[in-house]
Design a protein around this ligand. Structure first.
Ligand code: NAG
Ligand code: NAG
Length: 393
């Protein structure tokens, strides 16, 4: 009993030590052996409470007006030195020169590398790490920076709070080829196997980013791969970038996670982590919800058509009202004309002399005569039909 009580903590100590020591050596994967659900066994931070990626529920984001647009520094000054493209068995990585950086956060951050996450089998099959209102994009680009104001290098910063700043760019597919992404995709065939590296021509890194850098989501999270350090200030842009279906398919089917000498070739696919619980974290938005509904081209078309239909409808209604008004005006004028021209009563009325008792009497007698005449004719008329049956038998 005594020996067992001593032995157990020793085993735990040993196993903990070996896990920590060999952490770098462990070949983690996205599915299969040491898949996502097993990461936390070997990399304890992967089981932490501030993990990435997350699902951004836009109605639960908090608008923070102090979130200014992020400003990439030197992204377009790529220089003449080639970039290094590297298949690390988990993704394709481009190392970035240290004059590239990021402004607009609390500290100055220096660029380290960029890489991609994708799915398999083309559009609509997921592939992004962050999701918006439960929906995945087709792929996601990450540009990684470290806090160069507080820390001397990436390895020192990556374990510290506020040590890293990562830009997340959601990628969707459309009809048009995105030439900026060909600066990467066109060279991926040179690093098909894990651990392969190649030099590629330097290019404008900013051209990979969306146009609007002012609208984004911001939260505190982690690296999305082991060791999952919870050191990342995340910026996920609201605007997405588009690549063609062919570009996506090439990206998803060209790399292996296996090494060149391995007998089993393993395609490098679905290299995205499932979304992690927010655990009371707040996702801030740099834009308010009302103005935040950026529209897709389909929605814009629908709105344009809707507005056009509305305008046509309004024109028809206005025309109808104008016509109706004109009709009534015309009708009114016609009745006036009818009244003034044909009505002797009107003329009589107007020309009627000032009432004089005698004239009035005369008129009365005239009227009586008229009445009499009328009644007589009517009597005659009335008598006529009754007379006719008699004559007809
Ligand atoms: C990073 O900085 C730390 C602390 O100054 C230092 O010990 C380490 O050697 C540096 N690592 C690299 C890769 O430069
Ligand atoms: C991230 O954490 C830091 C330190 O705890 C805090 O000051 C900051 O407001 C947090 N940022 C976000 C976006 O939650």
């Amino acid at each position: 009993m005594n020996s067992r009580a001593l032995f157990l903590p020793l085993i735990l100590l040993v196993s903990r030590r070996t896990a920590a020591d060999s952490a770098e050596e462990i070949t983690w994967t996205y599915s299969g052996l040491v898949g996502q659900s097993d990461w936390s066994q070997y990399f304890p931070e992967c089981g932490g409470s501030s993990q990435s990626p997350v699902d951004v529920t836009t109605t639960q984001t908090k608008y923070d007006p102090s979130l200014v647009p992020v400003t990439p520094l030197g992204y377009s000054q790529h220089g003449n030195q080639p970039f290094t493209l590297h298949n690390n068995g988990h993704t394709v990585v481009i190392e970035l020169p240290d004059w590239m950086g990021l402004q607009g956060l609390r500290w100055l951050f220096t660029a380290v590398q960029l890489h991609l996450h994708w799915g398999n089998g083309g559009p609509g099959h997921g592939g992004s790490e962050h999701t918006i209102n439960g929906r995945s994009a087709d792929a996601e680009l990450h540009v990684v920076h470290y806090n160069s104001e507080l820390y001397p290098n990436m390895s020192a910063a990556m374990t510290q709070r506020d040590g890293l700043a990562v830009l997340g760019i959601l990628i969707e597919t459309g009809e048009e080829t995105n030439p900026a992404f060909n600066n990467i995709i066109n060279y991926m065939s040179r690093v098909r196997h894990a651990d392969q590296k190649t030099f590629i021509p330097a290019f404008d890194v900013q051209s990979l980013l969306p146009k609007s850098l002012g609208r984004y989501y911001r939260y505190n999270g982690s690296l999305t791969t082991p060791p999952c350090y919870q050191s990342v200030v995340w910026t996920v842009f609201h605007e997405r970038v588009q690549i063609s279906k062919e570009q996506l398919l090439k990206m998803e089917t060209i790399l292996y996670s296996s090494k060149a000498g391995d007998s089993h070739r393993m395609l490098l696919q679905d290299n995205y982590r499932a979304t992690q619980p927010l655990n009371h974290r707040v996702v801030f938005a740099s834009f308010s919800a009302e103005s935040g509904q950026e529209l897709s081209s389909g929605e814009v078309t629908a709105i344009v058509i809707g507005v056009m239909c509305g305008c046509v409808g309004l024109a028809v209604i206005v025309r109808f009202i104008v016509k109706t008004i004109r009709f009534f005006k015309l009708l009114h004028r016609e009745t006036v004309v009818v009244n003034s021209s044909s009505s002797s009563w009107d003329v009589l009325h107007n020309n009627r002399p000032a009432p004089m008792p005698r004239v009035k009497d005369q008129e009365k007698s005239n009227n009586k005569k008229q009445d009499f005449a009328l009644s007589t004719t009517s009597e005659a008329e009335r008598k006529d039909p009754s007379a006719s049956p008699r004559t007809e038998p």
